[in-house]
Ligand binder design. Structure first.
Ligand code: SIN
Length: 482
């Protein structure tokens, strides 16, 4: 299949930069090399920061309406090229084509929404306590921002950072994941076509994430860093940013509880669990990780879930009807395999799946339902990031909340119940940044996405997501009289 919009050079200061060294981008479905991309490091990152620093004053000085018009053109171009972008995404990331198409729309929506929202970044007129003074607060762009993006949503996790940053008047240096740089470069090309000026959006591709990340953290001109990825890397970046006192957004790992109470609508709960658990082959930070199911509905839920999961089609994302693609790499295959094998050795039972898929045991994992999982198992404690539903049985509401909160993570959470009182109680008691109540898909550009505890800091999307790229400045006018 011929791919379109393939760029292999990095984008710095409006120029496409080739490099002596390149790295391979491979298709996770078959290991084929799709492209060889410029492999940049710390010194090129500095050049990108300089470009973003130079471009900042002019971009910040433009009106929000003017920036918004450019961003809307960018969003429109992404939608115009949606099919090409989706095919590129499936090629480098592996997700089923229908999901890639969905992500292009989701990704473009962040740009479109923030293009509008920046026009409403209001300050306040503050009632004065002193008649001789007048007090006002205004919002101003933070400055140069760094965005370090993951491989699981190669477009949306970039636009969720870059959309609000550019809309607010910031300039950005993006480091896309080494597994999925092609989508980043493709949308950057469309940004240039839309009229984003040189230096405002820079894309630094490279395999040495540590060196590029450190260069971004150490540079005092970078005033904010936004990262989506693992908790250990997030903590490292947090520490590295201390020296230059950057603003930080960290969207880190999760261990989402998905509670099903006896009074739940069984079919809705099964469908919600499938949508949440198996989206992107289980490789999202908000995937249901622990399915905590009340004793009275447990067996019926497990049986219906198993029936539907066993019918899922595994294969390359471009194949018709496929709902479960490959895992991103061999390390991911090993991790999922180990978690499941250990759980089974400790007494869990696979009702379907339970191992690598015969289609290609090095790349695909059969969608799995495990029952008999207990809190002492690693599969309960760690983020699985694969197509495995781990079911835990409980008796009382208090026990469900205790199980849900028995983790250092607190990103997404879900529960199903038809008791309105319980819905309020449980939603308030769960330690998480987001709660899906009778709903398995909660992500949208209009709502604040983010976590608590080890799941990170800050929010993306919604007006909160714009605030992350703005500073509040207080102006005190003295000598006014009165
Ligand atoms: C993520 O996995 O980090 C993001 C998922 C989403 O936006 O729904």
């Amino acid at each position: 299949m011929r791919l379109e919009l393939v760029e292999t050079a990095a984008l710095i200061d409006g120029l496409w930069i080739e490099a002596d060294r390149t790295f391979d981008v491979t298709n996770p479905a078959d290991g084929a090399v799709i492209a060889q991309v410029a492999d940049l490091g710390a010194s090129e990152t500095k050049v990108a920061i300089e470009a973003a620093h130079r471009a900042f004053p002019a971009w910040a000085a433009r009106t929000a309406k003017d920036r918004g018009a450019i961003l809307r053109r960018w969003s429109d171009l992404m939608l115009l090229h949606a099919e090409a972008l989706a095919r590129l995404m499936t090629a480098e990331q592996g997700k089923p084509l229908a999901e890639s198409r969905g992500e292009v729309v989701y990704g473009a929506a962040f740009v479109d929404w923030f293009a509008e929202e920046a026009k409403r970044s209001y300050g306040h007129a503050i009632p004065t306590p002193d008649p001789s003074k007048r007090l006002v607060s205004i919002k101003q762009p933070v400055g140069v921002c760094a965005a370090i993006a993951p491989w699981n949503f190669p477009i949306a996790m970039i636009t969720r950072k870059v959309g609000p940053a550019l809309a607010a008047g910031c300039t950005v240096v993006v480091k896309p994941a080494a597994e999925t740089p092609l989508c980043a470069l493709a949308i950057a090309r469309l940004a240039v076509e839309a009229g984003v000026p040189a230096g405002v959006l820079n894309i630094v591709t490279g395999k040495d994430s540590g060196a590029i990340g450190k260069a971004l953290c150490d540079d005092a001109r970078v005033r904010k860093l936004s990262f989506t990825g693992s908790t250990p890397v997030g903590k490292l970046l947090y520490a590295q940013c201390a020296g230059t006192m950057k603003k930080l957004s960290l969207e880190l790992g999760g261990n989402a509880p998905f509670i099903v109470f006896d009074d739940a609508d069984l079919e809705a709960a099964v469908d919600g669990a499938i949508a949440s658990k198996y989206r992107n082959t289980g490789q999202t930070c908000v995937c249901a990780n622990r399915l905590i199911v009340q004793a009275g509905i447990h067996d019926a839920f497990a049986a219906r879930l198993t029936e539907k999961v066993a019918a899922m089609k595994v294969g390359a994302g471009t194949d018709e009807g496929v709902t479960i693609g490959p895992l991103i790499n061999a390390k991911a295959m090993r991790k999922v395999g180990d978690l499941v094998s250990e759980a089974i050795l400790s007494g869990a039972e696979a009702l379907t799946g339970g191992g690598p898929d015969p289609l290609d045991e090095d790349r695909f994992y059969t969608p799995t339902v495990l029952v008999g999982v207990t809190p002492d198992m690693r599969i309960f404690q760690e983020e699985i990031f694969g197509p495995v539903a781990a079911l835990v049985r409980f008796e009382t509401e208090a026990e469900a909340i205790e199980l849900a909160n028995a983790t250092p993570f607190g990103l997404a959470s879900y529960f199903y119940s038809r008791d309105v009182g319980r819905c309020w109680r449980v939603a308030e008691a769960i330690e998480a940044g987001m709660v899906g109540i009778n709903e398995g898909i909660i992500s949208t550009e209009v709502a604040p996405f983010g976590g608590v505890k080890d799941s990170g800091l800050g929010r993306e999307g919604a007006s909160e997501g714009l605030d992350e790229y703005l500073e509040t400045k207080y102006l005190c006018f003295g000598g006014v009289g009165g």
